[in-house]
Design a protein around this ligand. Sequence first.
Ligand code: FMN
Length: 161
Amino acid sequence: MSFSPRDFRDCLGQFATGVAVVTTRTGDGSKAGITINSFASVSLDPALVLFSVDQRAATHALFAGPCTRFCINILHQNQQAVSELFSAPGQDGWDNVSFEDDGHGMPRLTGALASFSCKRHAVHDGGDHSIIVGQVDHLVMGQTGDPLLYYGGRYRGLDRE
Ligand SMILES: Cc1cc2nc3c(=O)[nH]c(=O)nc-3n(C[C@H](O)[C@H](O)[C@H](O)COP(=O)(O)O)c2cc1C
């Protein structure tokens, strides 16, 4: 390998993305969520999307294990605090976010730009991550407005550098 992990991260950071929070519920009904920017569309028919989750993340065992349903919430520009809550260790964020049931028992975050309710379609090996592919069976177009962006290791907005 001709580059350092730092170089790799810096180069990856040149790819601007949106930010999403993937939510789920465990068997005992408790809620879990993780901030991701590895969201991608996969297939139109069937409707498939993916995200990758670090094997060291607390929620990895859920998304790669028993939690076969989840809701992917694309964050609005004004939801940076929500992103921060779900990228912090632990799951203390839930007291500070508003959500409703997505119709399948998963928490759909209020104020998101769009939400994809998914049934897990596949889990693929992704090195130190697992690639979770979801089949979308319900969509909600949420709040209108601009997306929260992530670029160069920082949050951005369409109207702020
Ligand atoms: C903008 C942003 C994007 C992130 N994208 C991912 C991702 O795609 N996959 C992932 O596993 N972690 C990602 N993370 C990190 C997780 O959100 C974070 O490591 C995790 O929630 C830490 O808490 P835990 O280990 O207690 O679950 C991202 C963090 C931020 C701030």
